[in-house]
Design a protein around this ligand. Structure first.
Ligand SMILES: C[S@@+](CC[C@H](N)C(=O)[O-])C[C@H]1O[C@@H](n2cnc3c(N)ncnc32)[C@H](O)[C@@H]1O
Length: 253
């Protein structure tokens, strides 16, 4: 069974999404959220403050590490103090734990404002995760809504997804990054010899948008005169086999 741990766990959305997995630990400081976690997952330890966790003792015990550190430092709705805000610094605690725990795969989630932040926090995060330090610059004025960086340590693919396109009555755009450590991926595959290629295809179908959702995104953007990120638009159109710059599709949503 896939071994999953969460950081800044909140009330445990990943715990619900990955309900068939083994949860190794959660880490949450808010009393209410911690009580919710304790109620639903009484056997999963809550390690509390992520700045106090020594991840080395969990090395080799976690396949998938999921974390959505607080977003206020980067949120359009806040002061956007970015890395000068101690909540912004928690993103680097996430990377420290990634280095110490060394999961095969990790997921990082935050608000979209992180991609356009004045201190280039996203470029620093990408460089740190992919290569252990430095800072990457966006190819244009700001980071795009989707991208891929492959470094000497890890590969990171990210994409902005909006909850409203996944059956929720909420406009909630978040950037999701999937981080893969190729050194540890073999370990994960070795632990799951039972997984067949069909299983991977099934997971892939769950991860990618259906044709109906793709054409819905394109049609809604067109109707509202909204400019989509060029990379996203190209990917959506390619997936629908529509020639670029051709009229918008008119299929069912
Ligand atoms: C954006 S929310 C995460 C929501 C979560 N993904 C969920 O499913 O509910 C960030 C969470 O980080 C928690 N948090 C803030 N500082 C923390 C710290 N130092 N250690 C652990 N959790 C922290 C907050 O209490 C909050 O619940």
């Amino acid at each position: 069974m896939l071994r999953v741990a969460t950081l800044c766990s909140g009330i445990g959305a990943p715990e619900v999404a990955f309900k068939d997995c083994e949860f190794v630990f959660a880490a949450e400081i808010d009393p209410f959220a911690s009580a919710v976690l304790a109620h639903h997952y009484p056997n999963v330890p809550n390690l509390g403050d992520i700045t106090k966790i020594d991840g080395r003792q969990w090395r080799g015990k976690v396949d998938l590490l999921i974390g959505g550190p607080p977003c206020q430092a980067f949120s359009m709705a806040g002061e956007r103090k970015s890395l000068d805000d101690e909540r912004g610094q928690l993103t680097f605690e996430y990377v420290r734990l990634l280095d110490q725990i060394q999961p095969s795969v990790a997921v990082y989630e935050n608000v979209k404002g992180l991609l356009s932040d004045k201190q280039n926090a996203w470029g620093k995060f990408l460089a740190l995760v992919a290569s252990g330090g430095g800072e990457l610059q966006p190819p244009g004025r700001r980071w795009g809504n989707a991208g891929l960086v492959v470094g000497s340590k890890r590969a990171i693919a990210w994409r902005v997804l909006n909850a409203q396109h996944f059956g929720l009555a909420q406009r909630r755009s978040r950037v999701y990054a999937v981080i893969v450590d190729p050194r540890n991926l073999g370990r994960l595959v070795a632990r799951h010899p039972d997984l067949t290629i069909e299983d991977w295809h099934k997971s892939r179908e769950k991860l990618f948008l259906s044709p109906k959702s793709r054409s819905g995104i394109l049609r809604r953007a067109n109707r509202r005169g909204k400019k989509l990120d060029p990379l996203l638009e190209e990917a959506l159109k390619k997936a629908l086999n529509i020639r670029l710059h051709s009229p918008e599709p008119s299929g069912p949503e």
